[in-house]
Design a protein around this ligand. Structure first.
Ligand code: NAP
Length: 290
Protein backbone atom coordinates (compact mmCIF):
# COMPACT_ATOMS: atom_id res chain seq x y z
CA UNK A 1 0.00 0.00 0.00
CA UNK A 2 1.57 3.35 -1.00
CA UNK A 3 2.43 5.79 1.74
CA UNK A 4 1.48 9.43 1.18
CA UNK A 5 2.09 12.62 3.09
CA UNK A 6 -0.34 15.41 2.19
CA UNK A 7 0.69 18.98 3.01
CA UNK A 8 -2.52 20.85 3.77
CA UNK A 9 -4.42 17.56 3.93
CA UNK A 10 -6.40 18.43 7.08
CA UNK A 11 -7.67 21.90 6.24
CA UNK A 12 -7.19 22.85 2.58
CA UNK A 13 -10.00 22.75 0.03
CA UNK A 14 -8.06 20.37 -2.20
CA UNK A 15 -6.04 18.83 0.63
CA UNK A 16 -9.16 17.44 2.32
CA UNK A 17 -10.44 15.93 -0.94
CA UNK A 18 -7.07 14.29 -1.56
CA UNK A 19 -6.89 12.84 1.95
CA UNK A 20 -10.34 11.34 1.48
CA UNK A 21 -9.60 9.97 -2.01
CA UNK A 22 -6.29 8.33 -1.08
CA UNK A 23 -7.75 6.77 2.09
CA UNK A 24 -10.62 5.42 -0.03
CA UNK A 25 -7.95 3.74 -2.16
CA UNK A 26 -6.41 2.24 1.02
CA UNK A 27 -3.26 4.36 0.84
CA UNK A 28 -1.45 4.94 4.12
CA UNK A 29 -2.03 8.70 4.47
CA UNK A 30 -0.60 11.23 6.91
CA UNK A 31 -1.06 14.98 6.79
CA UNK A 32 1.23 17.88 7.56
CA UNK A 33 0.09 21.44 8.19
CA UNK A 34 0.53 24.66 10.08
CA UNK A 35 -0.59 23.02 13.34
CA UNK A 36 2.39 20.64 13.24
CA UNK A 37 5.05 23.35 13.16
CA UNK A 38 6.76 25.83 10.85
CA UNK A 39 6.90 24.22 7.41
CA UNK A 40 9.02 27.11 6.16
CA UNK A 41 11.81 25.94 8.46
CA UNK A 42 13.88 23.66 6.21
CA UNK A 43 15.25 21.48 9.02
CA UNK A 44 11.78 20.93 10.46
CA UNK A 45 10.35 20.05 7.04
CA UNK A 46 13.21 17.67 6.35
CA UNK A 47 12.84 15.94 9.71
CA UNK A 48 9.09 15.47 9.23
CA UNK A 49 9.50 13.96 5.77
CA UNK A 50 12.37 11.70 6.76
CA UNK A 51 10.56 10.57 9.92
CA UNK A 52 7.46 9.66 7.92
CA UNK A 53 9.37 8.30 4.92
CA UNK A 54 6.51 8.59 2.39
CA UNK A 55 6.49 7.20 -1.14
CA UNK A 56 4.61 10.30 -2.29
CA UNK A 57 4.42 13.85 -0.99
CA UNK A 58 1.42 15.90 -2.21
CA UNK A 59 1.79 19.65 -1.70
CA UNK A 60 -1.54 21.51 -1.63
CA UNK A 61 -0.27 24.33 0.59
CA UNK A 62 -0.14 27.74 -1.05
CA UNK A 63 -0.76 31.42 -0.51
CA UNK A 64 -4.14 31.40 -2.31
CA UNK A 65 -5.38 34.89 -1.40
CA UNK A 66 -4.75 36.34 -4.83
CA UNK A 67 -5.44 40.01 -4.02
CA UNK A 68 -3.61 40.00 -0.67
CA UNK A 69 -0.55 38.58 -2.40
CA UNK A 70 -0.07 41.92 -4.19
CA UNK A 71 0.76 43.58 -0.84
CA UNK A 72 2.48 40.54 0.73
CA UNK A 73 5.06 39.51 -1.84
CA UNK A 74 7.50 37.99 0.65
CA UNK A 75 4.89 35.84 2.39
CA UNK A 76 3.35 34.71 -0.90
CA UNK A 77 6.82 33.91 -2.19
CA UNK A 78 7.70 31.91 0.93
CA UNK A 79 4.70 29.62 0.49
CA UNK A 80 4.41 29.50 -3.29
CA UNK A 81 8.08 29.39 -4.26
CA UNK A 82 10.31 28.60 -1.26
CA UNK A 83 8.18 25.80 0.21
CA UNK A 84 8.02 23.74 -3.02
CA UNK A 85 11.72 24.47 -3.57
CA UNK A 86 12.54 23.11 -0.08
CA UNK A 87 10.28 20.09 -0.60
CA UNK A 88 11.99 19.25 -3.86
CA UNK A 89 15.43 19.63 -2.22
CA UNK A 90 14.51 17.35 0.70
CA UNK A 91 12.98 14.77 -1.63
CA UNK A 92 15.96 14.87 -4.01
CA UNK A 93 18.09 13.55 -1.10
CA UNK A 94 15.82 10.54 -0.74
CA UNK A 95 15.83 7.50 -2.99
CA UNK A 96 12.29 6.80 -4.08
CA UNK A 97 9.98 9.54 -2.85
CA UNK A 98 8.01 11.45 -5.50
CA UNK A 99 6.42 14.92 -5.32
CA UNK A 100 3.02 15.94 -6.65
CA UNK A 101 2.69 19.72 -6.57
CA UNK A 102 -0.24 21.97 -7.54
CA UNK A 103 -0.24 25.15 -9.55
CA UNK A 104 -2.69 27.48 -11.21
CA UNK A 105 -4.27 28.77 -14.43
CA UNK A 106 -3.12 32.25 -13.26
CA UNK A 107 0.35 31.49 -14.65
CA UNK A 108 -1.20 32.51 -17.99
CA UNK A 109 -1.92 36.05 -19.10
CA UNK A 110 -5.29 35.51 -20.76
CA UNK A 111 -4.52 37.33 -23.97
CA UNK A 112 -6.21 34.81 -26.28
CA UNK A 113 -9.36 32.73 -26.63
CA UNK A 114 -8.25 29.10 -27.08
CA UNK A 115 -7.57 26.79 -24.12
CA UNK A 116 -4.01 26.87 -22.82
CA UNK A 117 -1.90 23.73 -23.26
CA UNK A 118 0.90 22.55 -20.98
CA UNK A 119 3.38 23.51 -23.70
CA UNK A 120 2.18 27.14 -23.96
CA UNK A 121 4.45 29.80 -22.52
CA UNK A 122 3.24 31.18 -19.18
CA UNK A 123 3.11 34.92 -18.63
CA UNK A 124 1.66 35.63 -15.17
CA UNK A 125 0.34 39.10 -14.44
CA UNK A 126 -0.10 38.90 -10.66
CA UNK A 127 2.15 38.23 -7.66
CA UNK A 128 0.17 35.04 -7.02
CA UNK A 129 0.71 33.83 -10.61
CA UNK A 130 4.39 34.79 -10.65
CA UNK A 131 5.20 33.12 -7.33
CA UNK A 132 3.28 29.96 -8.30
CA UNK A 133 5.21 29.81 -11.58
CA UNK A 134 8.49 30.08 -9.65
CA UNK A 135 7.32 27.16 -7.47
CA UNK A 136 6.59 25.04 -10.56
CA UNK A 137 10.04 25.77 -11.97
CA UNK A 138 11.80 24.89 -8.71
CA UNK A 139 10.03 21.52 -8.48
CA UNK A 140 10.56 20.56 -12.11
CA UNK A 141 14.21 21.59 -12.21
CA UNK A 142 15.21 19.88 -8.95
CA UNK A 143 13.19 16.69 -9.43
CA UNK A 144 12.60 16.27 -13.17
CA UNK A 145 12.12 12.50 -13.00
CA UNK A 146 10.24 12.27 -9.72
CA UNK A 147 7.74 15.10 -9.75
CA UNK A 148 4.59 16.24 -11.41
CA UNK A 149 2.99 19.68 -11.37
CA UNK A 150 -0.78 19.73 -11.75
CA UNK A 151 -2.21 23.11 -12.76
CA UNK A 152 -5.81 23.51 -11.74
CA UNK A 153 -8.42 26.30 -11.62
CA UNK A 154 -11.59 27.72 -10.09
CA UNK A 155 -11.97 25.01 -7.44
CA UNK A 156 -15.21 24.16 -5.67
CA UNK A 157 -15.74 21.41 -3.12
CA UNK A 158 -16.67 20.69 0.48
CA UNK A 159 -14.86 21.70 3.65
CA UNK A 160 -13.70 25.25 2.96
CA UNK A 161 -14.80 28.58 1.55
CA UNK A 162 -15.09 28.68 -2.23
CA UNK A 163 -16.81 30.80 -4.91
CA UNK A 164 -19.80 28.50 -5.46
CA UNK A 165 -20.55 28.20 -1.74
CA UNK A 166 -20.20 31.98 -1.36
CA UNK A 167 -22.69 32.61 -4.20
CA UNK A 168 -25.26 30.16 -2.80
CA UNK A 169 -24.95 31.66 0.66
CA UNK A 170 -25.31 35.19 -0.73
CA UNK A 171 -28.52 34.09 -2.49
CA UNK A 172 -30.13 33.57 0.89
CA UNK A 173 -29.55 37.20 1.86
CA UNK A 174 -29.94 39.05 -1.43
CA UNK A 175 -32.46 39.07 -4.29
CA UNK A 176 -29.95 40.13 -6.92
CA UNK A 177 -26.24 39.37 -7.27
CA UNK A 178 -23.84 41.10 -9.64
CA UNK A 179 -21.13 38.84 -11.06
CA UNK A 180 -18.30 39.42 -13.51
CA UNK A 181 -18.87 37.99 -17.00
CA UNK A 182 -15.66 38.83 -18.84
CA UNK A 183 -13.19 36.40 -17.20
CA UNK A 184 -13.26 32.83 -18.51
CA UNK A 185 -11.83 29.78 -16.77
CA UNK A 186 -12.22 26.07 -16.02
CA UNK A 187 -14.44 25.37 -12.97
CA UNK A 188 -13.20 22.20 -11.25
CA UNK A 189 -14.47 19.89 -8.50
CA UNK A 190 -11.85 19.06 -5.85
CA UNK A 191 -13.02 15.43 -5.69
CA UNK A 192 -12.48 14.92 -9.41
CA UNK A 193 -9.04 16.53 -9.18
CA UNK A 194 -8.17 14.27 -6.24
CA UNK A 195 -9.11 11.21 -8.30
CA UNK A 196 -6.99 12.26 -11.30
CA UNK A 197 -4.12 13.10 -8.94
CA UNK A 198 -4.20 9.60 -7.46
CA UNK A 199 -4.14 8.08 -10.95
CA UNK A 200 -1.24 10.29 -12.04
CA UNK A 201 0.69 9.39 -8.89
CA UNK A 202 -0.02 5.67 -9.18
CA UNK A 203 1.47 5.63 -12.68
CA UNK A 204 4.44 7.82 -11.68
CA UNK A 205 3.53 10.58 -14.15
CA UNK A 206 6.05 13.41 -14.53
CA UNK A 207 5.98 16.94 -15.92
CA UNK A 208 3.15 19.47 -16.17
CA UNK A 209 -0.53 18.47 -16.33
CA UNK A 210 -3.68 20.55 -16.68
CA UNK A 211 -6.12 19.04 -14.16
CA UNK A 212 -9.53 20.61 -14.75
CA UNK A 213 -13.08 19.53 -15.53
CA UNK A 214 -14.14 19.86 -19.18
CA UNK A 215 -15.82 22.95 -20.58
CA UNK A 216 -15.41 26.60 -19.78
CA UNK A 217 -17.37 29.36 -18.07
CA UNK A 218 -17.19 32.92 -16.94
CA UNK A 219 -17.86 33.69 -13.27
CA UNK A 220 -21.41 34.79 -14.06
CA UNK A 221 -22.16 31.54 -15.92
CA UNK A 222 -20.75 29.49 -13.04
CA UNK A 223 -22.85 31.43 -10.53
CA UNK A 224 -25.98 31.13 -12.71
CA UNK A 225 -25.56 27.38 -13.09
CA UNK A 226 -25.08 26.96 -9.32
CA UNK A 227 -28.20 29.02 -8.61
CA UNK A 228 -30.17 27.02 -11.19
CA UNK A 229 -29.03 23.65 -9.77
CA UNK A 230 -29.74 24.73 -6.19
CA UNK A 231 -33.12 26.13 -7.31
CA UNK A 232 -32.50 29.44 -5.52
CA UNK A 233 -34.81 32.37 -6.00
CA UNK A 234 -32.22 35.01 -6.81
CA UNK A 235 -31.49 37.15 -9.86
CA UNK A 236 -28.05 37.59 -11.35
CA UNK A 237 -26.72 40.59 -13.21
CA UNK A 238 -23.59 40.30 -15.38
CA UNK A 239 -21.04 43.08 -14.95
CA UNK A 240 -17.61 43.76 -16.50
CA UNK A 241 -14.44 43.36 -14.42
CA UNK A 242 -14.14 47.17 -14.44
CA UNK A 243 -17.31 47.24 -12.31
CA UNK A 244 -15.70 44.98 -9.67
CA UNK A 245 -12.22 46.41 -9.05
CA UNK A 246 -9.74 43.95 -7.57
CA UNK A 247 -6.16 44.51 -6.51
CA UNK A 248 -4.64 41.68 -8.56
CA UNK A 249 -5.00 41.53 -12.32
CA UNK A 250 -6.86 38.37 -13.42
CA UNK A 251 -6.41 36.74 -16.81
CA UNK A 252 -9.46 37.41 -19.01
CA UNK A 253 -9.14 33.90 -20.47
CA UNK A 254 -7.36 31.17 -18.51
CA UNK A 255 -9.27 28.08 -19.69
CA UNK A 256 -6.94 25.07 -19.48
CA UNK A 257 -6.78 22.39 -22.18
CA UNK A 258 -7.13 19.02 -20.40
CA UNK A 259 -6.55 16.79 -23.42
CA UNK A 260 -3.18 15.53 -22.14
CA UNK A 261 -4.92 14.39 -18.95
CA UNK A 262 -7.80 12.88 -20.96
CA UNK A 263 -5.37 10.83 -23.06
CA UNK A 264 -3.59 9.66 -19.90
CA UNK A 265 -6.82 8.70 -18.10
CA UNK A 266 -8.39 7.14 -21.20
CA UNK A 267 -11.50 9.23 -20.55
CA UNK A 268 -12.42 12.89 -20.81
CA UNK A 269 -12.82 14.57 -17.42
CA UNK A 270 -16.54 15.14 -16.96
CA UNK A 271 -18.07 18.51 -17.80
CA UNK A 272 -18.02 21.03 -14.95
CA UNK A 273 -21.85 21.40 -14.70
CA UNK A 274 -22.15 17.65 -13.93
CA UNK A 275 -19.46 17.93 -11.27
CA UNK A 276 -21.13 21.06 -9.87
CA UNK A 277 -24.43 19.19 -9.53
CA UNK A 278 -22.65 16.47 -7.54
CA UNK A 279 -21.03 19.01 -5.23
CA UNK A 280 -24.27 20.89 -4.57
CA UNK A 281 -26.37 17.79 -3.95
CA UNK A 282 -23.77 15.67 -2.12
CA UNK A 283 -22.24 18.39 0.04
CA UNK A 284 -23.47 21.93 -0.16
CA UNK A 285 -27.02 21.22 1.04
CA UNK A 286 -25.71 18.91 3.80
CA UNK A 287 -23.12 21.46 4.99
CA UNK A 288 -25.90 24.05 5.09
CA UNK A 289 -28.07 21.82 7.33
CA UNK A 290 -25.32 21.58 9.97
N1 NAP B 1 -8.80 27.35 -4.99
C1 NAP B 1 -8.67 27.53 -6.28
O1 NAP B 1 -9.62 27.95 -6.95
C2 NAP B 1 -7.37 27.24 -6.98
C3 NAP B 1 -7.25 27.61 -8.34
C4 NAP B 1 -6.06 27.33 -9.00
C5 NAP B 1 -5.03 26.68 -8.35
N2 NAP B 1 -5.16 26.35 -7.04
C6 NAP B 1 -4.02 25.70 -6.39
O2 NAP B 1 -4.46 24.47 -5.83
C7 NAP B 1 -3.74 24.22 -4.63
C8 NAP B 1 -4.72 23.99 -3.49
O3 NAP B 1 -5.49 25.18 -3.31
P1 NAP B 1 -6.67 25.23 -2.25
O4 NAP B 1 -7.74 26.09 -2.83
O5 NAP B 1 -6.99 23.87 -1.77
O6 NAP B 1 -5.98 26.07 -1.10
P2 NAP B 1 -6.63 26.48 0.30
O7 NAP B 1 -7.96 25.87 0.50
O8 NAP B 1 -6.51 27.97 0.39
O9 NAP B 1 -5.67 25.78 1.32
C9 NAP B 1 -4.39 26.26 1.47
C10 NAP B 1 -3.69 25.36 2.47
O10 NAP B 1 -2.43 25.99 2.73
C11 NAP B 1 -2.29 26.06 4.15
N3 NAP B 1 -1.46 27.19 4.53
C12 NAP B 1 -1.62 28.48 4.21
N4 NAP B 1 -0.66 29.22 4.79
C13 NAP B 1 0.13 28.35 5.48
C14 NAP B 1 1.31 28.49 6.26
N5 NAP B 1 1.88 29.68 6.46
N6 NAP B 1 1.85 27.38 6.83
C15 NAP B 1 1.27 26.18 6.64
N7 NAP B 1 0.16 25.99 5.90
C16 NAP B 1 -0.40 27.07 5.32
C17 NAP B 1 -3.70 26.22 4.67
O11 NAP B 1 -3.70 25.92 6.05
P3 NAP B 1 -4.72 26.64 7.07
O12 NAP B 1 -6.02 25.95 6.90
O13 NAP B 1 -4.09 26.39 8.39
O14 NAP B 1 -4.77 28.06 6.69
C18 NAP B 1 -4.43 25.23 3.80
O15 NAP B 1 -4.28 23.92 4.28
C19 NAP B 1 -2.81 25.41 -4.43
O16 NAP B 1 -1.56 25.10 -4.98
C20 NAP B 1 -3.44 26.51 -5.25
O17 NAP B 1 -2.49 27.46 -5.69
C21 NAP B 1 -6.31 26.60 -6.33
Amino acid sequence: MPKAMILGGDTGLLGQALTKELRKRDWDVSTLGRADGDLLDYDFLESKINENSPDYVFNTIAWTRVDDAEDNFDDACALNRSLPDSLARVISQRENTRLIHYSTDFVFSGDRSAPWKETDAPNPESVYGRTKLEGEKAVLSLLPDRSCVIRTAWLFGPGRKNFVAAILKACKEQDLLTVVDDQYGSPTFTEDLAEWSAELAEKNATGIWHGVNSGQANWCELASEAIHIANCDCGIEPIPSSGWPQKAKRPSYSVLDNSRLADFLGRKPRAWPNALRDYIFSYFFKEEER
